[in-house]
Design a binder for this molecule. Structure first.
Ligand code: GLY
Length: 442
């Protein structure tokens, strides 16, 4: 099976590593990719011989041959030229733009929801409508389009204020604060950008990321993870795309996945199918375990980053077959998912100045280790790895338990050098120390 992965982050590197381990995946390519994926899954060139296996062996690909994948049409054309059997679309941008529709329209199987279904991530207002229709528990929310409405909604909802960009914002569109001027300023900035603002009830309790693979009817939940959205230790500083993650969650209540499957995942998938816009791909439920029960904080329409870096190494089921079954409506026939024992922890290294003004172009030393998942990296003409994005890379540690996985992750981090690089020192620490408590359910 020839598999083309679209994207260039740590998630896509993690997807490529897991796909390369599936014997059914004979040829693997990632576009546009990064310094890590290029070695494992070089960006495609037009393949005159579809039976050729040379790409997986690392056929030299010059920069001029790299394919542009910035529009759905370009992704579909590339998949056709490269004679892909399956396209796996990593990031939300192409999905919300309709890349999965374009790939399916040229007769190629695609793992990722249609534009209509990806609106679950592309519009928080649409997601709330779907949740209301499906009876999925979530925070009360109100969408505003003017500064007058913004102030009235902030008055009504009260502190702590939860102010969200209705559209895509790479994980940085949400501000949760007790500071009314800060809440107003964030809402006004969103309005100035021409977007709608969503004001929500604050949800107490620890957050969980739960991914489910679905073909639009059958839903298979993966193992839950937790990520760390703030830049600084102790959850301080601005929001980021995610600074680390771990899985599994030793503190999570028994039966959490079964409960979320019944109350969130299956009803949402059923509601989208009922509307004539079935969701095939990864449904990512961002959850809060509140005093009033599980609540959906947000939905995403793709694998999370960096949670993918810890969930996939623990998945024993071959990934290529699983994603193909979801892409072709055959998940009901798929075997139950199998998992490795133990735990995984990932720690992200971000560029100096991230998330506001990341400084890029710096040499990254020690980035070739097996534990490294590249994100914002590229190789220069001398073969040196350089930073080209805000989140530069992450390291993954595995262990028989969370404590040993955490130790392994920080040991791997010590081998990587990025001048001024930022990372958190407390990823998975509270869980290892047993300091995560669940609010009393009233
Ligand atoms: N880790 C958060 C996200 O992928 O959106």
């Amino acid at each position: 099976m020839r598999v083309l992965v679209i994207g260039s982050g740590g998630r896509e590197h993690a997807l490529c590593i897991a796909l390369a381990e599936d014997p059914a995946v004979t040829v693997l390519s990632c576009a546009p990719g990064n310094a890590g994926t290029t070695a494992l899954a070089p960006p495609p060139v037009a393949d005159p011989n579809p039976d050729s296996k040379t790409e997986i062996a690392g056929e030299a690909v010059g920069a001029a041959d790299r394919s542009d994948v910035s529009s759905p049409e370009q992704i579909a054309a590339l998949a056709q030229r490269w004679t892909a059997d399956l396209v796996v679309i990593g990031p939300e941008g192409p999905l919300v733009a309709g890349a999965a529709d374009a790939v399916r329209a040229v007769g190629i199987a695609c793992f990722g929801p249609s534009r209509a279904a990806a609106a679950l991530e592309g519009s928080k207002t649409f997601a709330k409508q779907v949740m209301t229709a499906a009876g999925v528990p979530t925070a009360q929310a109100h969408t505003v389009t003017s500064t007058g409405e913004l102030e009235a909604a902030l008055d009504r909802f009260g502190a702590p204020y939860v102010v969200k960009d209705d559209g895509l914002a790479a994980g940085k569109g949400v501000v949760v604060t007790d500071d009314r001027p800060a809440a107003t300023a964030h809402g006004r900035a969103i309005l100035r950008a021409g977007h709608r603002v969503v004001i929500e009830d604050y949800l107490d309790g620890p957050e969980v990321s739960l991914f489910a693979v679905t073909d639009g009817t059958t839903v298979l939940a993966l193992q839950p993870a937790q990520d760390f959205k703030r830049i600084g230790d102790g959850d301080t500083g601005p929001n980021t795309g995610g600074m680390g993650a771990y899985s599994p969650l030793p503190w999570a209540p028994a039966g959490l996945v079964t409960e979320v499957m019944a109350s969130v995942l299956q009803p949402t998938v059923d509601e989208l199918r009922r509307r004539g816009t079935p969701f095939a791909g990864v449904l990512y439920a961002g959850l809060a375990l509140t005093s009033r029960g599980v609540r959906v904080v947000e939905f995403n329409a793709r694998f999370g980053d960096p949670e993918t870096q810890v969930v996939l190494p623990l998945l024993a089921t071959p990934l290529g077959g699983l994603l193909l079954a979801a892409a072709t409506g055959r998940l009901a026939e798929h075997e139950p998912l199998r998992w490795h024992s133990g735990a995984a922890v990932t720690v992200v290294i971000a560029a100096p100045g991230y998330p506001e003004r990341p400084r890029t172009g710096q040499v990254v030393h020690g980035a070739d280790g097996r534990e490294v998942r590249h994100a914002g990296t590229s190789r220069d003409t001398t073969g040196q790895v350089r930073s080209v994005g805000g989140r530069v890379l992450s390291v993954v540690g595995r262990g028989t338990d969370l404590a040993s996985a955490r130790t392994a992750a920080y040991a791997a981090l010590a081998s990587v050098e990025l001048d001024g690089g930022q990372y958190r020192t407390d990823i998975a620490l509270a869980a290892v120390q047993g300091r995560i408590t669940l609010p009393h359910r009233g």
